[in-house]
Design a protein. Structure first.
Length: 166
């Protein structure tokens, strides 16, 4: 009984060491920014961004080297901002097939077995079709407004030029 409680506590502590947005949405052709927060005790560790349904089998896309320098791999970059304990991932030129499960992870163990788990948080990426701006064409018109008790007439054109007649 105590062993189960101890294992649960270890898992719970690991779960709280890294947090992320849960899910993010971007548009085809656009870019996406993801920020994951970690405990200060993980300063100097290598951080990485990987893709896959499970954290233990995800494929690494880009990783830091333990410094604050931005690292880039193709359309994806990662940066570790130590001053605020934040991992920032930017995905550029989004495509529909970029949608899926990704993981912010911190490499803490170098022995891969069933008991060694790096702190990780899942981020589901959604990619929506690109939006197209609506274009509206208005006919060129001029409105005339007579001011009460005045001989002045105000004419307003759609091209925002104002004419005053006295």
């Amino acid at each position: 009984m105590w062993l189960c409680a101890g294992l649960l506590l270890l898992c719970f502590q690991g779960c709280l060491s890294l947090t992320g947005p849960g899910s993010v949405t971007g548009y085809v052709g656009g870019s996406l920014h993801v920020q994951c927060q970690y405990r200060q005790s993980y300063k100097g560790y290598m951080k990485y961004w990987c893709r896959g349904p499970h954290d233990t089998t995800c494929k690494t896309i880009v990783e830091t080297d333990g410094s604050e320098k931005e690292k880039k791999s193709g359309r994806v970059s990662i940066r570790d901002r130590v001053e605020n304990s934040t991992i920032t991932v930017i995905m550029e030129d989004l495509r529909e097939d970029d949608a899926g499960s990704y993981w912010c992870k911190i490499q803490t163990s170098f022995i891969w077995d069933s008991w060694s788990r790096d702190p990780s948080v899942r981020v589901t990426v959604h990619v929506s079709p690109a939006t197209t701006p609506m274009e509206t064409t208005l006919p060129a018109t001029t409105a005339t407004l007579s001011l009460a008790n005045s001989r002045q007439t105000l004419r307003i054109s759609t091209n925002a030029v104002f004419f005053f007649q006295l």
